[in-house]
Design a protein around this ligand. Sequence first.
Ligand SMILES: [Zn+2]
Length: 339
Amino acid sequence: MAITVKFFANFREVTRKEQERVEGTKNVASLLDDLVRRFGEGLAEQLYSPGTRKLRGTVNILVNGRGIGFLRELDTPLKDGDVVAIFPPVAGGKLTPGELKRYSRQIIIPGLGKRGQLKLKQAHVFVAGLGGLGSPSSIYLVAAGVGHLTIIDEQKVDLTNLNRQVLHWELDVGRSKAGSAVEKLFAMNPNVKVNSKLKRITPKNVNKLIKGADVVIDGMDNYPTRYLLNKACVRNRIPFIHGAVEGLVGQLMTILPKKGPCLKCAVPREPPKKPVFPVLGATPGVIGCLQAIEAIKLITGVGKPLVGRMLIFNGRNMTFDEIRIKRDPSCPVCSRLSR
Ligand SMILES: [Zn+2]
């Protein structure tokens, strides 16, 4: 006899197992210690708040179908034959009293309501890049209660990033952006499940990475990766919110596969590459916030998305202009999709 542990959702991803048998453990705390020894720090990151042995708000544990209680009683005893289930609560169809209060000022927005807030809670947004655009967009998505965020960046924080990448602070210089970001976002709103990935987006992994996302945010600083994301989003029918900045100028467009032009229709060729380009931090601040608004609109159904229109923000003259964009019938990415 032994204890059977069943993993669900992200816990299944990190352990790569549906279940595991564990022997000789006396309570939930020692069981979790044993599992972390077997499956490594990746599991510890999903289970515990950073730097602690306290369970994250996004972890549910049942022992023989019974919760271990609001107090997260890790000393709940275990015996042979017990079945322990570990899963995230984000699939829940209800807003808690705490959530209703936290989001009360946006729930009263006409058209959003409790129904829209619940949609946000059940949504999964993929933020590609945690720099000048990914910082403000992920901050506002987490603050708004998007239930599940996947964030990805392969880089480490550099001193030259700090004028615009507001998720990363002086004390983070030299550490991974993914690690720095997940810590800040969790501290901001522990109701949100944030998966961070320290990876480069490549033609090989892009489809797998964005799988299951409801919206993808373009927080990249280069066109090859943007095009890769654009193509994968069109192919997988996932809305893609493009943003880009240089100096005091920024652009924004929402790509809804089948419903409007894609990034390749709007920007068919990669603009000339510059090894270092100028950016005033508030410019990606503006565009990243607009990307968060577009994502929240798509998820909740509020308003009219920026489809078939490219918004150009010019901070130098403080103007917002709109360029109509049509689907290119010979676009190599989206022309084969039926309307
Ligand atoms: Zn296209």
